[in-house]
Write a protein of this length. Structure first.
Length: 383
């Protein structure tokens, strides 16, 4: 049956109810191990690092939402990406986007390089990756839109090149969630999620996912995951399952608020630039319209001075100055000292991440309250 994604968030396509109890909420199997009747007999569950019914259910839901053949749940987004990197061997080469989540850059720079993996950084939203493909190139890793500069890459166009050279296209889809974008359908091979963000949606749980459109990748990843052991705990699986039930309404409301806020910021004299892919003036607007069902709820703004940026961070109250995104609460992040603190000065400059840049994860509060607070705070800035 073809159901709307909003329905799928609540009712899995392949329905799995608890037949004998009728429980509406999937149970938390809070167990580390499972008993066997006799030698050679198993219920299919042996040990929770390998399999757990609650995690299995969550993985089916996420695979269905991303239209993949397999999904794996991890203890964080970084645990998911670290596990993914174990697919590669020393001397393998990976093309990565220039603008990426700071934690991913730190993993590649400080862990993967030490393990012999080679990287080339390319601005995938502006340049073709083709000239950078070498004999040992095994994958392309990117986000779209990117964190925090909201650059948009054309997934279909890039996937034509990765298919031509038989290399993997990996997309971190955290910013839009499966509700707004399904990269596997556009030609990607693996989708990464920080489930901590929109999938969980309440800033209360860490989680990560790898979703793939190939059975063989799923099998390899399952072997690595059971060996390295970063699987998501049963209770956290349940929290993410509960979060996903409201994904559709949260994404719609957060986006509606984001559009209103982006337009409002555009009229403020202290704000020198509003970067939101839902604005028609954004470079990636047309590509977004083609490959996504929405623009998301992340806005990056540039204010006139560093002092204004600091003043806003100090004086907002309803809106909170905190790392992370994708929850019901509106949060402001200061990339230069938070998410991108470990990125080199030259690189920050090149990417335009200055001390005047603020990133806003728009939540689902009543938008007039958000605007009222920002109006007040900006009104007190002397410029
Ligand atoms: C937060 C984030 C991650 C890392 O996820 P954690 O759950 O914090 O480990 C990776 N990619 C993006 C785009 C993120 O926003």
């Amino acid at each position: 049956m073809k159901r709307n994604i909003a329905t799928k968030c609540i009712h899995l396509e392949k329905e799995r109810t608890c037949e004998h109890t009728g429980a509406i909420s999937f149970p938390i199997y809070q167990t580390a191990t499972f008993a066997h009747k006799e030698v050679g007999e198993s219920t299919g569950y042996d040990y929770t690092r390998l399999q757990n019914p609650t995690r299995e259910h969550l993985e089916e839901v996420v695979a269905a939402l991303e239209k993949g053949v397999d999904a794996l749940a991890f203890s964080s987004g970084m645990a998911a990406i670290s596990t993914l990197m174990e697919l590669f061997n020393p001397t393998d080469h990976i093309i990565i986007d220039e603008d990426l989540y700071g934690g991913s850059v730190r993993l590649f720079e400080h862990i993967c390089k030490k393990n012999g993996i080679l990287f080339t950084r390319v601005n995938c939203s502006e340049e073709s990756i083709e000239p950078y493909v070498m004999d040992n190139t095994k994958a392309v890793f990117l986000e779209t839109p990117t964190n925090p500069m909201m650059n948009v890459s054309d997934i279909v166009k890039i996937s034509k090149i990765t298919k031509k050279y038989n290399i993997l296209l990996i997309i971190d889809n955290t910013f839009l969630s499966p509700y707004f974008q399904n990269p596997l359908q556009l030609g990607a091979d693996v989708v990464v999620h920080s489930g901590t963000k929109y999938l969980g949606g309440h800033n209360d749980t860490l989680a990560g996912f790898l979703v793939t459109s190939h059975q063989w990748i799923g099998e390899k990843l399952r072997f690595i995951a059971k060996t390295t052991g970063a699987a998501l705990a049963p209770f956290d699986c349940w929290l993410i399952l509960r979060g996903i039930k409201t994904l559709a309404v949260r994404m719609e409301k957060a986006q509606e608020n984001a559009i209103a806020l982006a337009n409002w910021f555009s009229t403020q004299k202290q704000v020198t630039n509003v970067i939101y892919p839902g604005l028609q003036t954004h470079k990636g607007y047309e590509i977004m319209k083609k490959q996504s069902r929405g623009f998301g709820a992340m806005i990056t703004i540039e204010v006139k001075t560093r002092e204004i940026a600091h003043f806003i961070l100090k004086n907002v109250k309803l809106i909170q100055f905190a790392e992370s995104l994708g929850g019901v609460e509106t949060l402001i992040t200061y990339p230069i000292t938070q998410t991108h603190a470990d990125v080199s000065k030259e690189e920050l400059e090149q990417r335009g991440i200055t001390d005047k840049i603020l990133r806003i994860s728009v939540g689902i509060e009543a938008v007039e309250d958000l605007i009222f607070e920002l109006e007040n705070v900006l009104g007190q800035c002397n410029v």
